[in-house]
Design a protein around this ligand. Structure first.
Ligand code: PXG
Length: 285
């Protein structure tokens, strides 16, 4: 059977899952989304993802046309319809179809889309041996232009940095903020280990409040590892003992080289490996 995609209350075969070319999600990137993971038939931190989706929508004055409980049920039903136990869910809310022109008031019917599928961002080999990344010259969106806290359908800022990474032969790129501080990667948050302490940029560095980031901070604290949200500069990353990235799609992935510089001894470090194991235990329990 073809993959089933949910659009505003109905399931469609993948080939027939279509929305209007007048949808402002397409015309202007006017909409919000979430990327969730399901492990063993259960969506990881569903409530947190829905909460963030609602906050993103609130930030762009978009009213989601159903409640959180109904959307959670639709997510579970879409996973079940596709018989997916371990997979990836892309949740999208667009502004809906309307007249040409930016005016969001000239649209009607926001579209709610749920894709349940599989995602593999990086080859397994990179989880074992670590990722090589670069720092992008494209800075993260200025928070006063478009808050990086909003997971909007306009990801060009991140895509520009991703292109820089790919052109340099890297799968990810580290983005600085408008103050020259470390922000995050194009689709992942960043952590460093410095003298046994786990450090990650604070939200006011202009980053997405990652749900995996929160989970890893909690796991580290519970494991007795000292943690802090601290402003970091490129120097801190270059001289870190360990670096890793977190995201719903990527989970926890070690970084062993940045801008061709070896991090630590060039191998995934002990705290990274320990937290990866703890994250696997948490998600696959
Ligand atoms: N920063 C940015 C800019 C992101 O887009 C994260 C950090 C990590 O957040 P979570 O909550 O996932 O820990 C993200 C999330 C995809 C994909 O399809 C992207 C993300 C998540 C899932 C899938 O490329 N980005």
């Amino acid at each position: 059977m073809a993959l089933q995609v949910y659009i505003s209350g109905k399931l469609f075969d993948k080939e027939d899952a279509k929305i209007s070319v007048y949808d402002h999600g397409l015309l202007y990137g006017d909409g919000v989304f979430e990327g969730l993971r399901s492990y063993n038939g259960k969506v990881f931190r569903m409530a947190e993802h829905l909460d963030r989706l609602w906050k993103s929508a609130r930030a762009i004055c978009l009213e989601i046309p159903l409640g959180q409980a109904a959307l959670a049920q639709a997510v579970n039903e879409t996973l079940a319809a596709n018989n997916i136990k371990d997979g990836y869910v892309r949740l999208i809310v667009t502004r809906g179809a309307g007249a040409l022109g930016l005016d969001p008031n000239r649209t009607s019917h926001p579209q709610v889309i749920i894709i349940a599928d599989h995602i593999s961002l990086y080859p397994q080999e990179m989880y074992e041996h670590g990722l090589e990344i670069i720092t992008a010259s494209t800075i993260r969106n200025h928070p006063q232009a478009l808050s990086p806290r909003i997971k909007s359908l306009n990801y060009l800022n991140n895509i520009m940095a991703k292109i820089e990474g790919l052109q340099a032969g890297c799968q990810e790129a580290l983005m600085m903020n408008h103050k020259g501080e470390v922000a995050e990667c194009t689709g992942d948050n960043i952590f460093i280990v410095q003298r046994g302490a786990l450090l990650t940029p604070p939200l006011d560095a202009g980053i997405l409040e990652g749900i995996t980031r929160d989970a890893v901070l909690q796991l580290a604290a519970a494991a007795g590892i000292s943690t802090a949200e601290r402003t970091l500069i490129r120097h801190d990353v270059y001289t870190a003992d360990e670096v890793f990235l977190t995201g719903s799609a990527a989970e926890v992935i070690p970084v062993v080289k940045i801008d061709s510089r070896k991090i630590g001894d060039g191998k995934p470090g002990p705290i990274t490996r320990d937290l990866t194991a703890r994250f696997h235990e948490l998600t696959r329990q």
